[in-house]
Design a protein around this ligand. Structure first.
Ligand code: AMP
Ligand code: ZN
Length: 112
């Protein structure tokens, strides 16, 4: 838990979210500003600033996040999806609590 972290506040239930999944270690909810028809975030309950700050003790947690992505994508009706982890300001990260974006649905995703 980090004070003034918006995702910690969502984890604590202090800020509402459109939650689609929760277990003892992870939470997933729809992005407040979706950029595709389906756009949700998978977030560990543990506060870690970014992927760059993950260490060996986070290995299982990172694996759990990735394995959850296809399960939730399927539940959201997606046939395929894209994942993204913005890391650091130069990597476009705005919320400094590790999270994985999952995008899909509707319009074709731009090729990168
Ligand atoms: P990033 O640039 O990877 O740090 O992305 C942070 C994402 O969090 C953005 O896509 C925001 O739209 C999203 N976001 C910020 N605040 C909230 C919130 N309260 N509920 C859901 N998504 C949020
Ligand atoms: Zn946090």
């Amino acid at each position: 838990m980090s004070v003034d972290c918006i995702f910690c506040k969502i984890v604590q239930g202090d800020i509402p979210s459109k939650k689609i999944y929760e277990d003892d270690e992870l939470i997933a909810f729809h992005d407040i500003h979706p950029i595709t028809k389906v756009h949700f975030l998978i977030v560990p309950k543990l506060h870690v600033n970014s992927l760059a700050e993950c260490e060996i003790q986070h290995q299982a947690l990172l694996g759990k996040i990735l394995l959850l992505a296809p399960k939730l994508a399927q539940e959201q009706g997606l046939q395929g999806f894209r994942t993204m982890i913005n890391t650091g300001r130069e990597g476009g990260q705005e919320v400094f609590h590790l999270h994985v974006h999952v995008f899909g649905g509707g319009a074709t995703l731009p090729k990168i």
